[in-house]
Design a protein. Structure first.
Lengths: 463, 577
């Protein structure tokens, strides 16, 4: 970046342009991490489980072990980095007393990362998903406390019955727009332009940065004061909504230019850079049921790459990625799938053709997710790879029998050594809340409970 | 029924003049002569001593006092014992936000807006519980505010003898009032003046004003519609005149209150049902009412997702982007015609013998192409095939599958969408209906639903309704045969208040709906949910039915239903929650 560009941005700012045009990408946030690499949690949600069995096979007899020969084939070559789970249940999903739409799919998706039961009203009580527990505790260390991305997540049911991320009862929708995400993560960047590591501070540029900072901070201070005043008079149901809004303002503040910062040479990984996202399609409206969705094959990988670079640049350490919606009612012609994903989930046991289509979707999804995992593995960090300091939880809200008696989950990555990979862990039927509790504690919380404590037995030993 | 209580001191102060200069203090309602006590922690309680900057106006009588108690305008008191909806902060939908910014800046909104789409809940995009400001959207608002300010805000001239500081103060008061839909409190005025002065150390006068505008365009006071009210009795709240003005403006014009409406609030002239009705009727006559009400009807028809509706090209090669665009345009034009050129009734929506076609659409309806390209022309459709919105291709295609019709989707739409009944969720493992086959009609394939006892419980409530629309395929083309066999479009309805019985075809179904009180109540219920951005509470159904009752006699004019909702106590009162 040249000084004249910086000046132009400063000028724009004076004219009223956004603080995002300034240069927060170059903010150094990682001085602390030189000695010990940061721990990260990434969650991929994919809908409708997998068909782990042959069609017609008896689940009780055959068991439900994941197999690297079928749906996990794309992860076979890195299975030493993966921990498979067997025999974890999700009892909270079936505790539904309020809304019929929360049965099955909705119940599963809401409890998946919270372990809450569904007795609360729409606001979902005080449910907080594990990524948000971590963001609430440690999120201030990075520019974004957490990140939520996704693709085609809006097709089934009411909005509160298809969301996986909750903070104090309020759900957080994933962002599906690549351009908007790029602009948010890498403000000011227009093309992948790795910063020059040799740039030296310039007194005039520093003064301009200071003005930008002051201008942006003045606005944000006012907005925060207003929201805080509103919180004091708003009802109890609106509190978490306003808290969520405040979180956004905090992120904006982190995006302000930092006075005296030296642009460049502060990225985490050697490959950290705004990714070249090309020109992927932008979902502009409401996704209607039964839509043939081809654009997912173009948009999905771009969104994943954005998430990878957000992690790689240490813009956040807690990210969730939602692939499609629970009860996904789209069809996928590019995979030769002409019945809805949801229909296939219900019907794959009845018909070879349906099972074939169902498996094609899940295999393709797993291939996408494996690409992300391998990106982390290929990124050096310390003496190992970025994957070594990360836990990538890949999880579905139900399994391919439309039930919750077997949680479909795996973890890639060792989370700094706390997780022993390269094996299958038989959890003996313990509730999935135990797994969630282990994960947040591995990431540095000292939590003794989460979700509905009636459905916890204690942390699952992942070591 | 409606008593009158002296209004809070801060409000009377605000109502008196925009340029008021009250001193900070504790403006508790408890101080009013009526002695209405304010429960601690509610909106009518000051939150922290005299320096609180909680603004007056909507729901926030936290600061400022000085108006003589008992003097000045009055607000009605909620009738005791009645059930009102909860107090809410309703985030503007994207469309409302765009209209609002456009009105504030008196300039077209930017063509490309980065706001992420609102999600649809039960067909509508304005459901309050779904409208939050996640960090991603917060950043988008900030970006949009910056762009709008830079590109669309015209700095007002400042001429001697006024100083720039005086001009800035005047601007803050006037723009602030329009942005926040109420006068700024003295404390807010002072804060924004301070912000201007601070920015002036870094920029010129114009830059100082831009800082104000850029902040207000993303202020929570702009982004959220306040329906907090002032304490009435117990937990009951009376919305302030400014909140009522806001409610009316977004209901009837999907935009911010205009100057006349704000002036009515200034004069406390939105306090009685008659005053509210008068203001509402004025708004209904504005051009902005047309797209606003159209959107309500489109939500009712569940066609707001139409722009993303795709079909299987192998089955429906004629379903091109042009045809989809024509369906949308026809649907919109038809709604406008019924509402603004006809009698505006639900009956007309169900039974109008005409619609609008262009050259792309005419073949689908089997009428002559007008020869004017994309331009829609009013046309009488084949009278035995089409009447009203139920037979419109847009509605039929929206409630179909990609490659076939769908008795289930259509039946569910009629029962849930048009009769407002609830259906239980399907069981976990359901048997599949076999895909289209050359020798079977859709109806024959769906017979499995009534044969299987696990399905028939619910599907007897759904499928026989949808079977009645089998004369229309997955994109709404009329058909009398399917798979070489004649279409059987006989249907039946059970489990309703006044619709039970058999019928054949969409036209007979539409006639039944036209005569049904249950259907009218449902439309009114949908209008009610739309007006308030939430589902009606169970006790509110009685209120809704009361609103629908007199309207039923005259055929339920949709505009009148909305006016009646605006006149109802529930429009003006809330229960704090």
């Amino acid at each position: 970046m040249t000084r004249s560009l910086l000046k132009r941005r400063a000028l724009l700012q004076q004219l009223g342009a956004s603080a995002f045009l300034a240069a927060p990408v170059f903010r150094s946030v990682l001085a602390e991490a030189q000695a010990t690499a940061p721990l990260r949690l990434v969650v991929f949600h994919f809908p409708s489980g997998v068909s782990m069995l042959d069609r017609g096979a008896d689940y009780a007899v055959q068991g439900s072990t994941w197999s690297y020969d079928h749906v996990l084939a794309s992860l076979k070559d890195i299975q030493s980095d993966i921990l498979l789970f067997n025999n974890i249940t999700m009892p909270t999903a079936d505790v539904v007393t309020v809304l019929p739409e929360l049965e099955g799919h909705g119940g599963g998706v809401r409890t998946m990362l919270t372990s809450n039961t569904n007795q609360a009203e729409r606001s979902y009580g005080d449910a907080t998903s594990i990524d948000q527990m971590l963001a609430n505790a440690f999120g201030s260390r990075t520019k974004f406390g957490s990140l939520q991305l996704g693709v085609i997540t809006n097709t089934n049911g009411t909005s509160f019955a298809r969301r996986v991320v909750y903070n104090n009862g309020t759900y957080i929708e994933p962002v599906e727009n690549a351009q908007a995400t790029f602009a948010r993560l890498f403000p000011g960047a227009t093309v992948p332009t790795p910063p020059s590591p040799t740039m030296t501070p310039d007194p005039q540029a520093t003064a301009e940065l200071a003005a930008l900072h002051a201008t942006g901070k003045s606005r944000l201070d006012q907005l925060r004061a207003e929201l805080t005043a509103i919180k004091a008079i708003a009802g109890v149901d609106e509190q978490s909504k306003l808290d969520l809004h405040l979180t956004g303002l905090r992120e904006l503040e982190n995006s302000l230019p930092v006075i005296g910062s030296t642009p460049g040479a502060t990225f985490q990984g050697v490959t950290c850079a705004p990714p070249n996202i090309g020109n992927p399609p932008t979902p502009t409206g409401f996704v209607k049921l039964d839509n043939p969705v081809d654009y997912i094959q173009e948009l999905g990988p771009v969104m994943q790459e954005l998430m990878y670079q957000a992690i790689n640049c240490d813009l956040t350490r807690f990210a969730t990625f939602q692939w499609m919606s629970t009860g996904d009612n789209n069809i996928y012609p590019f995979l030769a799938v002409n019945q809805t994903h949801h229909t296939l989930e219900h019907g794959w046991r009845e018909d070879d053709n349906m099972k074939g289509m169902y498996d094609r979707i899940q295999n393709w999804l797993m291939l996408q997710i494996s690409t992300f995992i391998k990106r982390l593995k290929a990124t050096p960090e310390g003496n190992g790879s970025m994957l070594d300091n990360t836990a990538v939880l890949v999880v579905s809200e139900m399994w391919g029998e439309h039930g919750h008696d077997e949680l479909i989950a795996l973890i890639a990555g060792k989370a700094g050594g706390a997780i022993r990979t390269g094996r299958t862990l038989d959890a003996g039927g313990r509730p999935h809340g135990d797994l969630l509790l282990s994960l947040v504690n591995i990431m540095g919380l000292n939590a003794t409970t989460l979700g509905d404590p009636k459905y916890l037995t204690g942390p699952l030993n992942l070591g | 029924m409606r008593n009158s209580n002296p209004i809070l001191p801060i409000l009377s102060l605000l109502l008196a003049a925009a340029g008021c200069t009250g001193t900070a203090g504790d403006g508790r309602r408890g101080a009013s002569p009526n002695g209405a006590n304010v429960p601690p922690g509610t909106a009518a309680t000051s939150t922290g001593g005299g320096s609180s900057t909680i603004p007056g106006g909507p729901g926030s009588p936290g600061s400022g006092t000085g108006g003589a108690v008992g003097v000045g305008p009055t607000l009605p008191t909620a009738p005791s014992g009645a059930v009102f909806g909860p107090t809410l902060l309703r985030r503007l939908t994207n469309i409302e936000y765009r209209n609002t910014v456009q009105a504030l800046l008196n300039a077209p909104a930017l063509a490309t807006e980065p706001l992420q789409p609102d999600s649809l809940t039960n067909g509508y995009d304005n459901v309050s519980v779904s409208l939050t400001v996640p960090p991603s959207l917060c950043a988008q608002y900030a970006e949009l505010a910056a762009k709008q300010t830079l590109q669309a805000f015209n700095v007002p001239p400042c001429a001697a003898p006024s100083t720039e500081t005086e001009c800035a103060s005047t601007f803050i008061a006037s723009f602030g009032k329009r942005a926040f839909r109420r006068p700024l409190t003295p404390a807010e005025q002072k804060t924004y003046e301070g912000m201007y002065a601070d920015q002036r150390t870094r920029a010129d006068h114009a830059g100082g004003l831009r800082q104000i505008v850029q902040t207000m365009l993303q202020s929570p006071y702009l982004l959220y519609r306040f329906e907090l009210g002032l304490a009435s009795a117990g937990a009951q709240r009376t919305l302030t005149p400014y909140e009522v003005a806001t409610e009316l403006a977004y209901l009837f014009t999907a935009s911010t209150p205009d100057d006349e409406l704000l002036a009515a609030a200034d004069n406390n002239a939105l306090a009685t049902p008659a005053q509210i009705e008068q203001a509402g009727r004025r708004l209904l006559a504005l051009p902005a009412a047309k797209p606003a009400l159209r959107r309500f009807v489109q939500g009712f028809e569940d066609t707001l997702g139409l722009d993303m509706l795709s079909k299987d090209p192998a089955v429906y090669p004629s379903y091109t982007p042009e045809l989809r665009g024509a369906l949308q345009a026809e649907s919109a034009r038809f709604i406008d015609a019924v509402l603004w050129e006809g009698d505006g009734t639900y009956a007309s929506l169900l039974s109008a013998p005409f619609s609008f076609v262009n050259d792309t659409l005419a073949p689908l309806y089997g009428v002559a192409a007008p020869g004017l390209g994309e331009t829609l022309v009013k046309a009488t459709l084949p009278p035995t095939e089409r009447r009203g919105f139920l037979t419109q291709a847009a509605v039929l295609a929206a409630h179909s599958k990609p490659g076939e019709s769908s008795p289930v989707k259509r039946g569910k739409f009629i029962r849930v969408g048009l009769l407002c009944q609830d259906l239980p969720s399907p069981p976990a493992m359901v048997p599949q209906i076999q895909p289209p086959a050359p020798n079977l009609t859709t109806r024959e394939r769906f017979a499995a639903h009534s044969a299987d006892p696990a399905c028939s419980g619910c599907h007897t409530l759904i499928d026989p309704l949808g079977f009645g629309l089998e004369n229309y395929d997955g994109i709404g083309q009329f058909r009398t045969t399917e798979s070489g066999k004649p279409v059987d479009a006989s249907g039946s309805i059970t489990g309703t208040m006044d619709l039970d019985g058999s019928f054949t075809g969409a036209l007979e179904l539409a006639s039944k709906l036209t005569a049904s009180q249950e259907a009218k109540q449902c439309l009114t219920l949908k209008a009610y949910s739309w007006a308030f951005g939430r589902a009606a509470l169970a006790p509110e159904r009685a209120v809704v039915n009361k609103i629908a009752e007199p309207l039923g006699v005259t055929g339920l004019d949709i505009r009148e239903a909305l006016v009646a909702i605006a006149r109802s106590d529930n429009f003006q009162f809330r229960s704090f929650r």
